[in-house]
Design a protein around this ligand. Structure first.
Ligand code: ZN
Length: 188
């Protein structure tokens, strides 16, 4: 039997509008992820979960303002995603090491294999960072990997980053589909 899991990447308060590192229109990924969870109820939520003086923060010489600090409201998953999650994967918990991928420094791949998952459907935030890294790692780990275009949003630090990331993922063999395309495929 083939099992598909849905990975909701970093749908956390700090990446949503009003957060410390908000992704433009980041909240628009929530409804598509909820729709996907109806079809793929095995939901894994990843979260950035950083100690207070994490290496990725500007004060430590990193590229980002402080975000998703353990114990702060900004680290919380969106409640709708939290309510769906079968498994929550914390990443970037080592003060000295950053992790964009949910597979980086975690046992996610082993846990998914242990329950028979062979296909991953991925959405969340942000296209050009943690969605990118998680999808590329999933593909590399041997999972059949799809990214849902309606369920992701980009940071676009440099204009076009999001678009370029889509090309990169496509070149890596990752399937990029809209919700509608995915629904059509599944009822075939
Ligand atoms: Zn981070």
């Amino acid at each position: 039997m083939s099992i598909t899991a849905l990975i909701a990447v970093d749908v956390q308060a700090d990446f949503l509008p009003g957060g410390l590192l908000a992704v433009p229109s980041g909240d628009l990924v929530v409804a598509p992820l909820q729709a996907l969870a109806q079809r793929f109820p095995l939901v894994v939520a990843t979260r950035d979960f950083h100690p207070a003086h994490h290496a990725s923060f500007e004060a430590q010489g990193g590229p980002w303002p402080p975000h998703c600090v353990i114990g702060t409201p900004g680290a919380r998953l969106h409640p709708a995603i939290d309510a769906l999650a079968w498994l929550v994967i914390s990443k970037g918990t080592d003060p000295a090491v950053d992790a964009y991928s949910g597979f980086d420094g975690t046992r996610l791949a082993e846990m998914l294999r242990a329950v028979g998952v062979h296909r991953l459907v991925i959405g969340g935030l942000a296209t050009d960072y943690c969605v990118r890294a998680t999808a590329l790692a999933a593909q590399k780990e041997g999972f059949e990997t799809a990214v849902v275009l309606d369920a992701i949003r980009a940071v676009d630090v440099h204009a076009g980053d999001g678009e370029q990331t889509l090309q990169e993922m496509r070149s890596a063999g990752i399937s990029l589909q809209t919700l509608a395309e995915m629904a059509a495929e599944d009822t075939r």
